[in-house]
Design a protein around this ligand. Structure first.
Ligand code: ASP
Ligand code: MG
Length: 405
């Protein structure tokens, strides 16, 4: 008998038939004698629809109220999933994040899990129930409902698997696993049997959209091995785990394109100590995550000034621009530009550490495609470039061809 955490994303619970499908899968594991904890997302499109309605009323709605609103999406799905299990004759109980003991900090819309007390979940499991937990949500110690950031149901599943010391954690989605590139864009993309946490983390945070990156960080930190697989068939998925020696033999594991970034540029910022600190302190105080930062050398010896660009998630662009505009009097830049039409294209692989010439090959490939590089950033196992969004998919296919055939 194993304790299994199974997470089903929005497309896997998109309608009553899909939910019945989930219930049938859960039943298979139950019939083998396993204990099952199911984590579900909102039905696909529901969270987006709720956000859209709120924004129709006001462009920047209050974060606490957004959590109150968005948490309802998952609450629908847990009840429906529980009902689908009852229909198959299985005892099942649905729990909100709070009822499952998920305690978070108070940063609304991006809360972090502080701890999980899964006592109630254990009791229900021991009583023979399938337990269905609402993904993406938790509660502060003061009883405020919070959400964990978009895609946060993955984090709920991984964190629950860690807290429950589950034997197995399966992330069910609408793709067969993690691919060398998005197969909808790159026809020759291949499914990976396994991938390291670090590579997965880069791919997730680079917009490969397989999983929420915070959930992969969490899995790495707590050593939760998990499988990404499809809820629509019985194919084996991709195992995500600690790096092994054989993984280094492959130079590039995957190529990804993030279309969800936007760029903010401060034009002609005075080049003197403390300016960057002031800018990014203000951005951090607004709880905005910055990804890439590029600052140029300054010209004009008398009054040195430079351009400073950084990227944020697209939905945060308006907030970021407002924060920067608020600093205009204090730091005295010339103007602020916001650009949504960018894409972040990246190649990832732990093998990069031991194989030289990877960057040169990437830039050559882009040059041949007439793709202009706007910003560059690198880590030990990744190279990312910001390019024109319009050329994103074409450039992605070219890189995949060059590195992965
Ligand atoms: N429903 C939430 C979202 O769409 C959480 C999730 O799907 O994981 O972001
Ligand atoms: Mg999702």
């Amino acid at each position: 008998m194993a304790l299994i955490v199974q997470k089903f994303g929005g497309t896997s619970v998109a309608n009553p038939d899909r939910i019945k499908n989930v219930a049938a899968r859960v039943k298979k594991y139950r019939d083998q004698g396993d204990q099952v904890v199911v984590v579900v997302s909102a039905m696909s499109g529901v969270t987006d629809g709720l956000i859209k309605m709120a924004k129709e009323i006001m462009p920047l709605p209050n974060d606490r109220e957004m959590d109150m609103l968005l948490a309802t999406g998952e609450q629908q799905t847990i009840a429906l999933t529980s009902i689908a299990l009852h229909a198959l004759g299985l005892p099942a109980t649905s729990l909100t994040g709070a009822q499952a003991g998920i305690v978070t900090d108070g940063v609304h819309t991006k809360a972090k899990i502080k701890n999980i007390s899964p006592k109630h979940v254990h009791e229900l499991l021991d009583g023979g129930n399938v337990v269905i937990v609402a993904g993406f949500q938790g509660q502060t110690l003061e009883g405020q409902i919070t959400t964990l950031g978009r895609g946060g149901s993955d984090l709920t599943a991984i964190a629950l698997a860690a807290a429950l010391k589950a034997d197995l954690c399966q992330i069910y989605t609408d793709v067969d696993g993690v691919y060398t590139a998005d197969p909808r864009i790159v026809k020759s993309a291949k499914k990976l049997p396994e991938i390291s946490y670090d590579e997965m983390l880069e791919l997730a945070s680079l917009g490969a959209k397989v999983m929420q990156s915070r959930s992969v960080e969490f899995a790495k930190k707590f050593g939760v091995v998990f499988e990404v697989r499809s809820s629509l068939n019985d194919n084996l998925g991709t195992i995500v785990k600690e790096e092994t020696l054989s993984m280094e033999g492959v130079v590039i594991r995957g190529v990804s394109l993030d279309k969800n970034q936007a760029k903010v540029t401060l034009v002609a910022v005075p080049d003197k100590p403390g300016v960057a600190a002031r800018v990014f302190k203000a951005i951090a105080d607004a709880n905005l995550n910055v990804d890439m930062i590029v600052q140029n050398i300054s010209h004009n010896a008398g009054m040195p000034a430079t351009d400073l660009s950084f990227t944020v998630d697209k939905p945060d662009l308006l907030k970021a621009k407002l924060v920067i505009e608020g600093l205009k009097g204090e730091i005295g830049y010339k103007e602020v530009l916001a650009d949504e039409k960018i894409g972040k294209l990246s190649i990832v692989g732990v093998g990069m550490r031991s194989h030289p010439g990877v960057a040169a090959k990437m830039f050559e490939t882009l040059a041949l495609e007439q793709v202009n590089i706007d910003m560059i950033s690198t880590s030990e196992i990744k190279i990312s470039v910001i390019i024109d969004l319009e050329k994103g998919e074409q450039a992605m296919r070219a890189l995949h061809e060059a590195f992965l055939g």
